[in-house]
Design a protein around this ligand. Sequence first.
Ligand code: XBP
Ligand code: MG
Length: 221
Amino acid sequence: MTLKALIFDVDGTLAETEEAHRRAFNDTFAAAGLGWHWDHHTYLRLLKVTGGKERMRAWAVETGSGPREDIIPALHRAKSARYAEILAMGGLKPRPGILRLVEEGRAAGLRLAVATTTSPGNVEALTRAIWRKPAAEIFDVIAAGDEVARKKPDPAVYLLALRRLNLPATEALAFEDSRNGVLAARAAGLAVVAAPSLFTAGDDLSAADAVLPDLDSFRLS
Ligand code: XBP
Ligand code: MG
């Protein structure tokens, strides 16, 4: 089967974004006067819950204030705006190998897609921070966040990306950094190359077809 598309996870795969997400959450919690704060260790643990709204909901339940559906949608909108501001301040670098892989994939005539838990707005913020271009100029297909009912490790977001690419899973290759992401891609029938990020270094990635320290050493042919 010929390879026709590359599908990238965003957070932790294109760039080390989780520290910016953590800061955006904490700034938002402080501004709302909630008394919530996620230190590094807490955030590492909470990352197992994919999706910002879902993560806040899990935290609210864990800390005994219930699911807090009254505030979570607005908090998440504020967090997303803060995250975009933080990325626009500059300093975010692509992970090793990403710029080359995107360029080589394009030159080889492959289609490029994103399958992420985060929002389309955050994909846009990241693409502008890294490539200085709109996301639509880098990626042919974007499958993101709340476009699917269930987030990773559910395969839904990968299946949506494949549907938009109009390709079977056998003609695409996924890139991931986390266990939940690898499980989602595999459940969608995709081959997966995994490169653990700073926040997923402890994840069991053994379900991936290959695990590399980063994508610098990955070659398309
Ligand atoms: C990354 C995530 C995201 C971000 C927060 O998972 O879980 O939820 O931490 O993003 P993956 P939002 O890399 O597997 O897609 O707050 O925008 O949901
Ligand atoms: Mg990721």
